[in-house]
Design a binder for this molecule. Structure first.
Ligand SMILES: Cc1cc2nc3c(=O)[nH]c(=O)nc-3n(C[C@H](O)[C@H](O)[C@H](O)COP(=O)(O)OP(=O)(O)OC[C@H]3O[C@@H](n4cnc5c(N)ncnc54)[C@H](O)[C@@H]3O)c2cc1C
Length: 278
């Protein structure tokens, strides 16, 4: 079992972990990022994603260019539950390819001197005298110990470091419960008919939204609460949740568009097939 020492260990090479590694490495700290998946695949399950333009300047990230930049959106409308009122505003936003965005951030982190290790799953913490000293990983069949002055948990919703920390008044180590989790489902349509309002339309009450996608496509996304009494682990729950629950949510989003524009009748079934009811 190898032992590796570094200033900062960062668990998870998503947006948060890679960004913080980049910025700390720029300031001269030795940083190692441990990622359980392949770096090239990160973000692939999401594909296109949106981030407002101003965030790039705020966080000091160069703006995206093609092919990472898919297109730009400006107009947004948020609808009330009954669609009787709406709020429109302008929020210049980039729609980007998430894997390429991740890879760009990985490049910045590496250029600044951070080390990114893929296929390295954190499986245990190294705790000494109640203090977190490092982590143990599995890389393929090999185990490794990593020690650091500081360990940062950027492993996303599972919080693999935080939830393994010893119980103390200083630390919130509870797992995010299923009740606080939503699963998000997204589809992109090329042949969706009916008059959709331009730009992004969000339906917060229905946890759904639609947006122009690349080219002549429209993306629709919706979230559903996880089951209140989960059985099995998170991925199993997710596969049980979809597609039936996703269809329900998408149907709600479609219904909301119909209500918002009564003259245009998009039924649930026809929406799924991308055709308009006569
Ligand atoms: C369908 C969908 C669409 C979305 N669209 C948008 C959008 O348009 N705009 C937007 O701003 N946000 C969007 N989000 C939310 C956004 O994806 C998250 O807020 C963001 O990814 C969180 O980044 P993160 O770095 O905190 O966590 P994550 O991206 O979850 O990264 C955590 C990383 O930790 C790794 N990891 C986990 N466990 C371990 C372990 N034991 N050992 C080592 N590594 C581990 C994971 O593999 C992962 O790479 C969307 C989310 C979904 C699901």
């Amino acid at each position: 079992m190898a032992g590796i020492e570094t200033d900062v260990l960062i668990v998870g090479a998503g947006t948060a972990g890679t960004y913080i590694a980049w910025k700390l490495a720029q300031r001269g700290f030795s940083c190692t990022v441990l990622e359980k998946d392949e770096l090239a695949n990160l973000g692939a399950s999401i594909g296109p994603f949106h981030m407002e333009e101003s965030a790039f300047d705020r966080f000091g990230i160069p703006r995206p260019a093609e092919p990472e930049l898919l297109h730009e959106i400006t107009d947004m409308t948020t609808w009330s539950p009954r669609f009787t009122s709406s709020l429109s505003f302008s929020l210049p936003t980039f729609c980007m390819d998430k894997p390429l965005f991740h890879q760009r951030l990985h490049g910045y982190a590496r250029e600044a001197g951070a080390e990114l290790v893929e296929d390295a799953e954190v499986v245990e913490l190294l705790v000494d005298g109640g203090m977190l000293r490092g982590v143990r990983t599995k890389i393929g069949g090999e185990e490794a110990k990593w020690r650091a002055r500081l360990v940062i948990d950027t492993s996303g919703i599972n919080g693999v470091v935080r939830t393994r920390m010893p119980r103390s008044v200083w630390f919130e180590n509870y797992a995010v419960s299923a009740r606080d989790t939503i699963f998000v489902y997204m589809e992109t349509w090329r042949d969706l008919q009916g008059e959709l309002p331009g730009g992004v339309n969000s339906f917060p009450y229905y946890i759904g939204w639609s947006a122009p996608g690349p080219g002549d496509t429209t993306s629709s996304e919706s979230g559903r609460a996880a089951r209140p009494k989960p059985r099995g682990e998170r991925t199993a729950r997710c596969s049980r949740t979809f597609p039936s629950k996703a269809r329900l949510s998408a149907a709600l989003a479609a219904a909301s568009l119909t209500v918002a524009h009564p003259g245009r009748s998009l039924t649930t079934a026809s929406w799924w097939q991308g055709t308009r009811r006569a």
